[in-house]
Write a protein that binds this ligand. Sequence first.
Ligand code: NAP
Ligand code: GDD
Length: 322
Amino acid sequence: MPVALITGITGQDGSYLAEFLLGCGYQVIGMVRRSSTVTFERIKHIQDEITIVQGDLHDQSSLVDLMETYHPDEVYNLAAQSFVPTSFSQPVLTGEVTALGVTRILEAIRLANPQARFYQASTSEIFGKVREVPQCETTPFYPRSPYGVAKVYGHLITVNYRESHDLYAVSGILFNHESPRRGLEFVTRKITHAVARIKHGLAKEIHLGNLDARRDWGYAGDYVRAMWMMLQQEQPSDFVVGTGVTHSVRDFCDLAFSYAGLDYHDFLVQDERFFRPAEVDLLVANSSKAQQQLKWQPEVNFEGLIEMMVDADMRMVEKEIE
Ligand code: NAP
Ligand code: GDD
């Protein structure tokens, strides 16, 4: 039975990846950090099928211990401070976790488990103020936030360990991917959750920032498949993963409200607090390398994603008011 270690298993992607790997017959080890309350909301339905162990990307020895104890065949580093606005208010913490945390886990692999295959959760945020449209593996980086800068470091240190220490290490450059399990502060979930609350009379308005930003939004369940596929190749290599279709925040809002029979103009308040010091205006992926080499294709489109998220938030709100 192959063994996979997932950091960030309590996050959106960690939960989908754990489900996917269990379905493929893996023993799944999930690293969680210590907290004063339980953070297993997204994995409670599979909690009995996975091994949960404590560790933290701040703490080198906890990572070495994990490698020595479990000798995972595959390591998926999904843990990060992943929210862009928080990276402006907590840039040092973001650098510690999202940048240096990658070196700590690579060092743990190099010292204690060098045969492991390593996946780093890289991101389209590294393209930031984009130098070309659409963006592919060779597009130059121009990050626009401390988060983006930290992820550039994580991306390049992964390439460096591959080239210097002969590790099987890859960076998956994933564009935005969402789901009903997306954190409530990210714009897609913020919108679909607000739609459900407004529809049920629990809220009257939604406050948003820049409506003109464009993103290439896909479904998280599709993207975790691509992570696994990257680690099954003969040679390690980096891949861009996205749908190739871009939409504005305004488009997302329009469709989500319309799907619930509402007009977003009646509820939207533009709010300075949600604008960023520097914005990423346009992201759209050229995933042809992933399509050709991995044979990866997304299965859920933009409209399908919005419907899935609104439906799930409607059910959630209905349960709350029952
Ligand atoms: P998420 O929901 O924010 O999950 C982040 C995970 O990291 C959580 O499990 C969190 O644990 C954990 N974590 C944070 N700090 C940690 C630390 N110091 N030590 C150990 N664990 C820590 O993020 P996601 O959307 O699933 O994304 C997964 C990864 O892909 C992230 O690295 C993100 O930056 C990257 N990414 C995401 C997207 C996207 O669109 N979703 C696109 C490209 C790249 P707690 O539950 O305890 O907070
Ligand atoms: N969060 C948020 N809240 N974003 C808003 C709001 C708001 O009220 N109003 C407008 N936006 C705009 C942001 O300015 C941004 O341009 C866009 O909506 C998307 O914001 P987020 O959903 O917070 O995601 P992100 O694109 O900044 O980052 C996500 O995707 C990256 C991949 O490109 C995160 O998941 C990152 O971890 C990931 O790397």
